[in-house]
Design a protein around this ligand. Sequence first.
Ligand code: ZN
Length: 431
Amino acid sequence: MTTAVELGKFSIGVGDRFAHQAKAQLRACVLAAQAGVDAIPVWNKSNREHNIIGSEPSSTRAAADAAVKALGWTKPYFCDADHINLTTADRFLSSCDFYTIDVADAIGKPASATSIDTFARQHASLAGKLQLENVSEPIEITPEMLRSTAAKFLFAVQDAGKVYRKIEAAKGKGNFIAEVSMDETDAAQTPAELLIILAAIADEGIPVQTIAPKFTGRFNKGVDYVGDAGQFRREIHLDVAAIAWAVRRFGLPKNLKLSIHSGSDKFSIYAAIHEATRQSGVHLKTAGTTWLEEIIGLAEAGGDGLALAKEIYAEAYAHRDELCGPYATVIDIDPAQLPSPSAAAGWTAQQFTSALRHDPRSPAYNSSFRQLLHVGFKVAAKMGRRYLDLLDANEAVIAKSVTENLFDRHIAPVFLGKPAPSAILEHAETK
Ligand SMILES: [Zn+2]
């Protein structure tokens, strides 16, 4: 399969909930270019997020276009309709050129017996031991496994095909990037399952350029990886090798690469991700981390900014069940670790930011507090102008945090293989 619009080797998905930080985010990609790597920016926003904020995809497009113009960015950039399906794709058709087709809800729904039979017959030769390139561990597929994987995923991939064809009919072939995502589900997919899923995606004729499996371990929003980092390392190497093999065998687009969702702040596995993807490339989705930098910037500014940050926390705390519900598979909040709003109300700017800023070595860092604020953006959305005016008033301090966070903590370790500089992590302690 050939694709017209191509996503580069390294790309970074950025979220900009209130459409105020696109320039600061793009500046991180400019820094990447200066450091010798092209980091292609992809502004992503899901239907869920647009609904919570009360925004439209055209606003994401306008903010991205304006940032590109302001900074004179001449490399590609994209707007991603994040986690869409057949019922939510429509509103994104005019503004987006990247589509993350989410099939998680369809996993486990049964495809027709005929299509499972046909799939198992046509791909019978996949059964056996596969020795993939650059990994010592082989992948083993039994005929039973081929069938059971088809039974579990075929319907979902057929569903992705319907969504893909709907977008293609509206946008024209080769005019957009297609991703298939399966991350927001309960069970991780093994490298063998990924390989079988890619066979099904090729059968559906989806020219997929990025694929987002669910990996082992927890990829919670805005906090570090929770799980067996050694197992993750083995798995991601196998996943990358399985993708390379599937590209050759099934004729999928040559630049097909992994997409890592909820990819921000996974400091303990960034070295493994860099090592596994330095040849193949990777799409790192970091949505949400920018919004937290906005809150950190406001709190740091003190005065009205700090007061507003505390008010957002108090409201988020009061509505925590409602706010956390839609994100249940991607957050782990320990209610006992959440400070009471009255306690937080007495905090200094330094106390607030050191609880919120992701410095794993700081004793003040509170991952439950951070995750609750991560999903608490609805509170700020309800504040409307009051929130946005404070963003404008404190633009300089916020923009600096946004750029530094993306470049130093994400682009540098994942794309350049440079650990986050300790100066950044120490920043929180010395303030
Ligand atoms: Zn996702």
